[in-house]
Write a protein that binds this ligand. Structure first.
Ligand SMILES: Nc1ncnc2c1ncn2[C@@H]1O[C@H](COP(=O)(O)OP(=O)(O)OP(=O)(O)O)[C@@H](O)[C@H]1O
Length: 663
């Protein structure tokens, strides 16, 4: 099955072949297969597990170490109240529609989008425009069959209505979507059946802590909330200094309604999230912005998307921030760091772009939001969300718990203010207020300056006042002049209190791994086409393949020495001693993405060193074991390239067996 999506060599990408390689080489499979497998859950085999560990290590180095972030590990089990306060209980939901005949569950917005986009595509085709097949889910395309793919031209008015519908879909309520489904006769594309009206379903997995059922909880849908609730500890650790950033790598859980596209939409996934806390009055400047100012980014802005465009503009981040296209320096700095991380792990830079959220896509509190999208055979996929969450989370948690979640900063130049104070005479108020004393005290302290001034006038006039106290019966309390007085007092302000704003880059590791695997996959042409996974040596799941020329006991002691030396150098390796030709052994391990091969041959027995083979070029050098190990170590740390190594070590021009030739 070919699509318009191309591999790194410009050839058509064959997803069937690619998936077959992933299965054959045990990269991943659906979890619990013997019991029939569960949708949206995947197990990783050795290559993918190791790849993930390498990518996560680079992430730690790139963000936590380089940016001096504070790493955190917070609980995944999260009490109900936390997620109620954050808004997840009310809003972290999607609408689903059921196909009553097949029982299939479809996410309402995806259903509408897929069907309308498909009609618009068909219209473009009918009008003779070139249509990019990667825009469509290939599985869907296949199921729809030939007849459904016949191009159908739309009326201008209908086309406009459809375009408007897509642009405003994120604003729709469940009822709105129900009406759209009816009006436009939107059916399940795989069965052609009508679907039931949309129903809201929360995406969190609910559970309970303990056996009593009195403590409802959820498996967290993101790592962020634990980081916000650790705010005071983080502030203490950073000696009260802002900006500061925390980082957390851990699992999140979402009960996706219709998991699809393999690792791209799953129910349990690894996230790596950064919460960067910044003083809003600093203009969200970043201390290292000058160092990235001239870096160019592919930015697909809101305006271009509104006009129906999808080509990003290449702009320096400096220009993007100066023109306010990107809201602030900190957001811009992170966009650059995200791109550099992707480059470091081997993502194809021609398949990366940053897409700005449309106004209706963003949470109401967000100031600006850009997704780092990677192109793969499923289309452009959001792999990192980079949002400015403003002061929202810390503010709502402070309000709900009463726990101080602000920064207190000493002022360089203290100043005097005259302010109204409400003074409660506790000796006299105690017998009257009893258990409500603290509630009244809190209510008085929260009164605005205007309110206190107003109450002082009422008190002078009537000798008593009514103070609103929400937590008390009737919502207010009457206090007379013996108990409370309102006076204007001068006081020196020595500190400033503020709630920091948060910039949050949020990485979905699985989506990045999947895109990376597609980006490094290609086919080597030869007698037989052979698949290669060109992982960078820094992330490759296994670094070295050891191949004795053939089965021969005389190689045994050299092999043991080689294994010991590779172990000492902490290089992962695989020994392939099977009886097939050396070319075939290399070819089948190229599918695992092992970047280097060391061959032990008869010349090695005579002390003439070993050959070192580069997976991508299949070129070899011959050198001593010390030289080879030094070169491999450097390349696996990203400190040298094969070009450098083959320039300084003697190239091996001897007999190289043909790739794939059987012995
Ligand atoms: N179901 C999922 N499966 C795999 N990765 C996911 C899933 N949901 C989110 N992610 C990853 O987590 C990152 C941050 O999550 P975020 O809440 O911003 O995603 P989202 O906007 O809800 O994603 P989507 O709109 O695709 O559902 C995403 O950029 C993505 O890489």
């Amino acid at each position: 099955m070919a699509s318009d999506y191309k591999t790194r060599t410009g050839a058509d990408f064959d997803r069937t072949e690619f998936e077959s390689l992933l299965r054959r080489k045990v990269f991943l499979w659906q979890s619990f297969e013997p019991y029939g497998a569960v949708k949206g859950l995947f197990d990783y085999g050795p290559p993918l597990e190791n790849l993930e560990a390498e990518v996560v290590n680079i992430w730690r180095d790139h963000f936590i170490r380089h940016e001096r972030m504070m790493a955190l590990k917070c609980s995944m089990l999260t009490p109900y109240r936390v997620l109620e306060t954050s808004g997840h209980v009310a809003k972290f939901a999607d609408y689903m529609c059921k196909d009553p005949k097949t029982g299939e569950i479809l996410r309402a917005d995806h259903l509408i989008k897929d069907v309308i986009e498909s009609r618009l595509r068909s219209d473009r085709e009918a009008r003779g425009e070139k249509v990019d097949a990667t825009e469509e889910d290939p599985k869907l395309k296949k199921k729809k069959g030939k007849a459904a793919r016949t191009a159908v031209k739309l009326d201008d008015a209908v086309r406009k209505e459809y375009e408007h519908l897509l642009a405003t879909l994120d604003d729709c309520t469940g009822d709105d979507m129900g009406a759209l489904i009816k009006k436009h006769d939107i059916r399940n594309p795989t069965s052609g059946n009508e679907v039931e009206p949309p129903v809201s379903v929360n995406l969190m997995f609910q559970t309970q802590i303990g056996a009593t059922g009195r403590e409802p909880a959820f498996l967290r849908p993101e790592t962020a909330q634990g980081q916000f609730l650790s705010f005071q500890k983080l502030l203490e650790f950073s000696d009260g200094q802002l900006p500061m950033a925390s980082a957390s790598i851990g699992y999140s859980f979402r009960n996706e309604l219709s998991p699809r596209a393999g690792l791209l939409r799953v129910r349990e996934f690894l996230m790596a999230e950064v919460e960067h806390f910044v003083d809003p009055e600093s203009g969200k400047k970043h201390p290292k912005f000058a160092s990235v100012r001239d870096v160019k980014l592919p930015l697909l802005d809101r305006k271009t998307q509104n006009g129906g465009g999808s080509t990003p503009t290449i702009t320096t981040v400096g220009e993007a921030v100066d023109s306010k296209l990107v809201d602030n320096e900190t957001l811009g700095y992170f966009l650059v760091r995200i791109m550099q991380f992707m480059q470091r792990i081997g993502i194809d830079m021609d398949k990366l772009r940053f897409r700005q959220h449309m106004a209706n896509e963003m949470a109401h509190y967000a100031a600006d939001c850009w997704d780092c999208e990677l192109l793969n055979s499923y289309g452009w996929i959001e792999c990192v969300g980079c949002a400015d969450r403003s002061a929202y989370d810390l503010s709502v948690h402070e309000k709900a718990t009463g726990v101080f979640l602000k920064v207190r900063e000493d002022l360089k130049e203290p100043y005097d203010v005259e302010e109204w104070q409400a003074n409660l005479d506790k000796k006299k108020s105690g017998p009257q207020l009893r258990k409500d004393q603290s509630k009244v005290e809190a209510a008085l302290s929260e009164l605005s300056q205007e309110m206190k001034e107003q109450l002082s006038i009422t008190m002078a006039d009537k000798g008593k006042v009514e103070v609103p106290v929400q937590e008390m019966e009737g919502g207010k309390v009457e206090l007379d002049k013996d108990i409370v007085s309102f006076v204007k007092e001068k006081r020196k302000v020595t500190q400033r209190e503020y709630t920091p704003n948060v910039i949050e880059p949020s990485f979905g590791v699985g989506r990045i791994l999947y895109s990376l695997m597609e980006h490094v996959y290609w086919t080597r042409k030869g007698d037989e086409a052979r698949s290669v996974m060109s992982f960078k040596p820094t992330v490759a799941p296994i670094k070295v393949l050891v191949v004795p020329l053939q089965k021969d006991n005389r190689f045994a002691s050299l092999l043991s020495e080689l294994e010991e030396r590779l172990d000492d150098a902490q290089l992962s390796f695989k020994v392939d001693q099977s009886g097939v030709s050396i070319g075939r052994r290399y070819a089948r391990n190229d599918e695992l993405g092992i970047p280097f091969g060391i061959t032990v041959d008869y010349e090695s027995l005579e002390g003439k060193g070993f050959t070192l083979r580069d997976r991508d070029s299949t070129k070899q050098v011959r050198a001593s074991l010390d030289e080879i190990l030094e070169a491999v170590e450097k390349m696996c740390k990203g400190k040298e390239t094969w070009e450098g190594v083959s320039g300084r070590l003697p190239v091996f021009e001897g007999k190289v067996e043909e790739e794939g030739k059987e012995e």
